[in-house]
Ligand binder design. Structure first.
Ligand code: FES
Ligand SMILES: [Fe+2]
Length: 350
């Protein structure tokens, strides 16, 4: 359930759709995003595109049909559509039956691919593609595709997934695995924040010594910088000596009650690749701990709204709702987005 004073789901933004590796050339994949069935395909030239996965003739999901790398063919009556969603053929027409097939269209969604991630823009149907904003920025550390990609669905609204994932105070109670925090050690954390485009940034700092994984996997003295951006994209860039690790967690609503979490990791540390199966299990376990906790929370939230947001540890959640509200307001008033996040230092124990 969304917070009562915030719009439920923002539309006019880029959403993470799927890892590029999940979309081989000449194939299509069905995904539901913001309650809409979408077809993602990669054409013969390697370009990705997205259409509404509904045939305009009689509603058949187009992904039930076929794709030859150029056109999608509906499985019901064989109507064909190009990557722009324009109809190119209605096979049953006979000579003399004039139909301007080009005027029949499937809704097209702008889709872009960057560093092995496919994004979709969920804004107005006829948005001018050239005028769309840039994709959420992801630092390019010279690794063209994620070394690791994990996806998981949470049975909750996007707001609960976002604030659950960025919550700074649940670590000692939820992520208690030996490789992360062997016990409930808690320290006072003090982090400096500043506004960043459509979000905020936790300024570059050295992670706490009770965050064991950093030391375990990187060695040396790492430094990390974390940015958050609407609709729910968290990017962490870790530098340790000459090595870098970038991880991104992107949150995409499937519908009001289900949210997909996509986590991708890039690294320049060659020996980490040998540990990939173990790292995959760890990433999966970590996200699954977040999933289990927010899913349990849903049972109680039905009976207690609104939530309490207390002091610094809950400030990120407050900022998230503030950013969302301002985004919707700026849009409805047709003005520039004014970032409500202040430059500040937050303190909490975790
Ligand atoms: S339903 Fe798609 S061609 Fe008829
Ligand atoms: Fe977590």
């Amino acid at each position: 359930m969304a917070a009562p004073d915030s719009p439920s789901m923002l539309r006019n933004l880029w959403y993470y759709a799927l890892p590029g590796a999940a979309l081989p050339r000449g194939q299509m994949v069905a995904r539901t995003i913001l309650g809409e069935p979408m077809l993602f395909a990669r054409d013969a030239a390697g370009q990705v595109f997205a259409l509404l996965d509904v045939c305009p003739h009689r509603g058949m999901p187009l992904t039930e049909g076929s794709f030859d790398g150029r056109e999608v063919e509906c499985c019901y009556h064989g109507w064909r559509f190009d990557r722009g969603g324009r109809c190119t053929a209605i096979p049953w027409l006979v000579d003399g039956q004039e139909v301007d097939v080009q005027r029949i269209k499937v809704r097209r969604f702008p889709a872009r691919e960057h560093l092995g991630n496919v994004w979709v823009h969920a804004g107005a149907p006829d948005a001018d593609e050239a005028a769309l904003p840039e994709l959420p920025p992801l630092p390019d550390i010279g690794v063209p595709d994620p070394n690791l990609a994990v996806e998981m669905d949470f049975a909750c609204h996007i707001d609960q997934a976002v604030i659950g994932l960025m919550d700074p105070a649940h670590g000692p109670f939820v992520h208690t695995s030996w490789w992360w925090r062997p016990n409930r050690s808690m320290q006072v954390k003090e982090k400096a924040f500043e506004p960043a485009p459509l979000g905020f940034r936790m300024k570059r700092h050295q992670p706490a010594s009770n965050s064991r994984a950093y030391y375990l996997f990187l060695g040396g003295q790492p430094e990390t910088e974390i940015t958050f951006r609407l609709p729910g994209v968290r990017v962490e860039q870790i530098r340790a000596g000459r090595h870098q690790v970038v991880q991104m967690t992107a949150v995409t609503p499937i519908d009001e009650a289900t949210t997909r979490i996509s986590h991708v990791i890039y690294w320049t540390v060659p020996w980490l690749s040998a540990l990939k199966p173990a790292l995959r299990r760890i990433a999966h376990r970590f996200i699954d701990q977040d999933r289990m906790i927010v899913e349990k929370q849903q049972r109680g939230l039905k009976h207690r709204q609104p939530m309490m947001l207390v002091k610094d540890a809950d400030t990120l959640a407050r900022w998230y709702f503030g950013l969302k509200k301002e985004f919707a307001q700026a849009e409805s008033e047709g003005r520039e987005f004014r970032n409500p996040v202040p430059e500040t230092v937050l303190r909490w124990r975790s």
